[in-house]
Write a protein that binds this ligand. Structure first.
Ligand code: GLV
Ligand code: MN
Length: 195
């Protein structure tokens, strides 16, 4: 979904003060082999660092500057047994993923309100069409690991519960109460969990 590259590569200069759509290129004379390799997925992620029991290690252009202008990126997703990568969407990319380890319920909802889902085992693949809300729930007894890929160097991720209940400044209680057809006390109790 990203624009086509105009050259072989354009390793991002993340330090540049020039702001453009994407990142400016580091001078080719300073580019080395290291710019085209990324070891950020080798670390075991800590899935108990949040209440969801999951952790996404991004392999996007901000973590891996060699991806700049190439229109692709990947994530590693670790999910504890019973943990969830909560409902979220990527405004700039479709997602294709493969379960590397574990048993994972993958689901998404179309713009017509249709829910599609399947429980996947290791080596099975899924696709989430661009912009649709989706989640992954570890339904197995071991830790789950997924590798996901995107047709954007920076797909963006809007995590529904955090966008609505943990934004700063806060979305007004009245807006959420009216939208979820509950009292403001319910909204406040949900917000309190994200503080
Ligand atoms: C999983 O849904 C991911 O965005 O990596
Ligand atoms: Mn996703």
């Amino acid at each position: 979904a990203d624009p086509e590259p105009l050259q072989d590569f354009c390793v991002a200069d993340l330090q540049s003060t020039t702001t453009i759509n994407g990142f400016p290129c580091k001078p080719a004379s300073q580019v080395t082999s290291d710019d085209f390799f990324f070891s950020g997925f080798t670390n075991e992620a800590n899935t108990s660092s949040n209440d969801f029991g999951s952790f996404v290690t991004p392999g996007n252009v901000e973590a891996f500057p060699g991806l700049n202008t190439l229109g692709i990126s990947m994530n590693r997703v670790d999910i504890a047994p019973g943990g969830i990568n909560p409902p979220h969407h990527h405004p700039r990319a479709s997602e294709a993923g493969v379960v590397v380890q574990g048993q994972v319920l993958v689901g998404f909802v179309t713009t017509a309100g249709v829910y599609h889902s399947r429980v996947l085992a290791a080596s099975e693949m899924f696709v989430i069409p661009r912009g649709l809300v989706h989640f992954q729930l570890n339904v197995g007894i071991e830790k789950a690991i997924l590798i996901t890929s995107f047709n954007s160097q920076l797909p963006g991720s809007v995590v529904a519960p955090l966008a609505l209940f943990a934004a700063e400044p806060s979305v007004p209680d009245r807006v959420l109460a009216r939208s979820f057809l509950v009292g403001e006390d319910v909204v406040r109790s949900i917000k309190a969990k994200f503080r």
